[in-house]
Ligand binder design. Structure first.
Ligand code: NI
Length: 146
């Protein structure tokens, strides 16, 4: 296993991807700030984290957490869509805080609780609505660890 990981030529797939200009600049700044060996090394770390996080959030395990959304409230039908999705998620949303962040942007934080798969699906649906600039689910388990 160790040998395989160290063999970059045999164990890597070359990808080509596009990022918005601003995000590409941010990526380079992050590579420098974190002292990553390359863009590829940093992106590999980010993807690995996302995969681990994704897998850990599936299933029927009871979790609690927050969903944070940033969106432009001028975007057509956006608020109605977000509200509709929230009304369809009976029992999952404990509380909602809405902050008028700037003239355009709203910040919304939902405290959520329920089975991991349902909470994750709710977060994904909200983040996927067109006009949502940022959507992030932060979870904690409600189970006690000894
Ligand atoms: Ni607002």
């Amino acid at each position: 296993m160790k040998n395989r990981n160290n063999n970059a030529a045999a164990g890597a797939t070359r990808l080509s991807l596009s990022l918005p200009n601003g995000l590409a600049v941010d990526l380079d700044a992050l590579v420098a700030a974190k002292g990553a060996a390359s863009r590829s090394a940093l992106v590999a770390d980010l993807v690995r984290d996302a995969v681990v996080e994704h897998r850990s959030r599936r299933g029927r395990q009871e979790i609690a957490g927050t969903i944070t959304l940033v969106y432009d409230h001028h975007a057509r039908n956006l608020q109605a869509k977000l509200t509709g999705i929230q009304h369809d998620s009976e029992g999952l949303i404990v509380s909602v805080m809405h902050v008028h962040l700037t003239h355009h942007d709203c910040l919304e934080t939902l405290v959520v609780r329920g089975p991991a798969d349902r909470v994750r699906t709710l977060a994904d649906k909200l983040a996927a609505v067109r006009g949502v600039r940022h959507g992030k689910l932060t979870i904690t388990t409600t189970e006690h660890k000894e």
